[in-house]
Design a protein around this ligand. Structure first.
Ligand code: ATP
Length: 233
């Protein structure tokens, strides 16, 4: 579904992605784990088109993206739930969801909103409240629900567990597993390597802008180098 070939990106004169290759097959949960600053967020920004790339290409559902703008990628089914959630705290839950569906007509918005509320019942209860009043976990659910408006084929999900209490972290990883059951392919970026590898089918380990290791998630969890460097085991 998604292939990344030799992708390079820079901030000013400093290259931060040095030729990334990865693939995500339809129906998979694939995770990219790595330390703070490894380039995971930049990678997702390049995939959704927010960040320009300097070399390489992205192929999504048979279309090649080099300079394709983000809204075209979204229309084609590639959605992005960004780092830090980026919800509009002064707007209501429902208004946030509507913004996630800015490309679509009213019928579709109504249907997708119903689906979002079925997936996250707490958002239905709070649909008219300001998003800033939600708990951290609920805000993360809203960020995911907003990205799911329009039923993307693939969700780029950046650090959904960030800043959440352990119980909520588990809830969010359960949500990610649930997305797979809904038929959404997920590329999950996480610093919480253990949690992410536990829900993923396959994983990539990123170190300073390069893929250092890749493999089935179970094999990565069992690998002594990963256990020592990323899992604290
Ligand atoms: P984190 O988990 O903290 O988001 P990350 O693995 O996602 O880390 P990136 O945020 O992609 O890493 O950062 C990769 C590198 O690019 C880091 O060295 C970072 O300092 C640098 N960087 C990120 N954003 C910018 C920016 N807007 N301008 C300049 N350098 C940046």
């Amino acid at each position: 579904m998604l292939t990344v070939e030799n992708l390079r990106a820079r901030y000013g004169r400093i290259e931060v992605l040095h030729g990334i290759d990865l693939t995500v097959n339809s129906g998979e949960i694939v995770t990219v784990v790595g330390a703070n600053g490894a380039g995971k967020t930049t990678l997702l920004r390049c995939l959704s088109g927010i960040q320009p790339i300097t070399d390489g290409r992205v192929v999504f559902r048979g279309e090649t993206y080099v300079t394709t703008p983000p809204h075209k990628r979204l229309r084609h089914g590639l959605a992005h739930s960004p780092e830090g959630r980026q919800i509009f705290t002064n707007l209501s839950v429902e208004e946030n969801l509507r913004l996630g569906a800015f490309l679509y007509d009213d019928d579709r918005v109504a249907r997708d909103m119903d689906e979002a509320f079925a997936l996250f019942p707490v958002l239905r209860e709070k649909r008219n409240l300001a998003a800033g009043g939600l708990s951290g976990g609920q805000q993360q659910m809203l960020a995911i629900a907003r990205a799911l408006m329009g039923r993307p084929a693939c969700l780029l999900l950046d650090e959904p567990s960030m800043g959440l209490a352990p119980l909520l972290v588990q809830q969010i990883f359960d949500v990610v597993t649930g997305l797979k059951a809904l038929g959404v392919t997920v590329l999950l970026v996480e610093q919480n390597a253990f949690g992410a590898l536990k829900v993923a089918d396959r994983g990539y380990v990123m170190e300073t802008g390069r893929i250092a290791m890749e493999g089935p998630a179970e094999a990565l969890i069992a690998d002594p180098r990963i256990r020592e460097a990323y899992l604290g085991i």
